[in-house]
Design a protein around this ligand. Sequence first.
Ligand code: SF4
Length: 491
Amino acid sequence: MGLLDRAGARLTARPEEAEILVVNTCSFIDTAKQESVDTILEMARLKTEGRASKLIVAGCLVERYRDEIRKNIPEVDAVVGTGELESILEAAGIAQAPKASSLFNILTTVAPAEMRSGQESLAGTHKAPAGHLAEPSNEPAISFRAEGDLREQQGRFTRESWDGAAHMLPTYLYDETTPRLLATGKTSAYIKIAEGCDHPCTFCVIPNLRGKFRSRRFESVVAEAQSLVARGVQEITLIGQDTTCYGEDLGLKDGLALLLDELAKIEGLRWLRFLYAYPNRITGKLLETIAKHENICKYLDVPLQHASPAVLKTMKRGAGADIFLKTLDKVRAAVPGIALRTSFIVGFPGETADDVKVLEDFVKAAKFDWLGVFSYSHEEGSAAYSLDGQVAKRTIEARRRKLMKLQQGLSKEVKQQWIGRELVILAEGESEETPLLWEGRTEFHAPEIDGKVYINDFGDLDGLEAGRFYRAEITEAHDYDVVARVIAGPL
Ligand code: SF4
């Protein structure tokens, strides 16, 4: 969006008004592929009937079905994979813009003087030349982890079974000079700190789609965060397929902890969090860092995928319920009051009723604040695709529903303990359900993913302002959501 905007395109969220339609796709599981294809077909219809003259398909579906899309949906004019973002301009028929930046080119702030003066970089081969942090550097030298190189030799990233997929894996990484348009309001923003994944999880094709793990330069992430905060952003969520590997390819030990430590010092940054920790990479140093800074949210999303050692072994993730419970104890001891989120897959090939029982017992013992359950999706190109013991779809659904029901009861108990607590809340706007209620989040809720805080009492205030923080008291608890009364603010 940033590249298009800088090149002079004006963006609209109303496809019927657009001359160029761009569908950004996902393709890691069946439901995501279906949603992507449905949207492409809907936009193809709009192109035929409406004013649009171009339809571009971008993202992960392109990495997987590049030729298929072109062959089967003739309305599509161009495809743009995840490793060729800049070609969106050519696809759109828009020439690269002159240097002047537009209103929306938000990342123009240069890094602090000490970073530009040639200070020793923490970023190894990803280092930009001194004095050039504000210059475009779209093709930095990329280094990979030894683990990634080994996995590549073992065929982890192969796309051979995917008809029509390009052979080359993406190596693209954006940096702090890449124009970027915030689509998440003025208060909250995501920063991708790394791309790709080297883990061997047998159900997962994300490494085949996204390529080998590679971290963005340390200074680039810091400079982007500083620019965002200078523009009024107060909540930053760091993302990546596995953020806990951050910096390993740059030669950093505890890279994520170092990065959080640096970012937490940015004045005006009220909430900082990261998503997707790999369970065996939650180090003492990382937990110490979360505990140390008031503005690092006491929140950890650690997808565990299962709890039965037998299933985890076939998933090539290892560990099991006992080890996970020890990890969770360690996390809770180091960061008291931390909110924990996880997700599981049910119906993995070979999963038995006993495995599901192990998982249910684990969920009861672990008492997660937030939990998601995915149905196993049978993906061509994954190592699990050739496994015997496929579980019937009906059984998978029944297992998923049962686990969610179990969590519903546990979540209700956990949320009851919130009543009476005074917390800082980010007001997000009127509730979609009724204008009488507002919706918000605490530091224990990641954007868009966890339950909600409904605000039904504004205290002494006439109204609330979206994107502002307030102090509030939790007055009621439901299965996943809580209700709050504003006490003071905006803060
Ligand atoms: S760590 Fe996550 S992204 Fe990487 S292979 Fe495993 S499930 Fe996929």
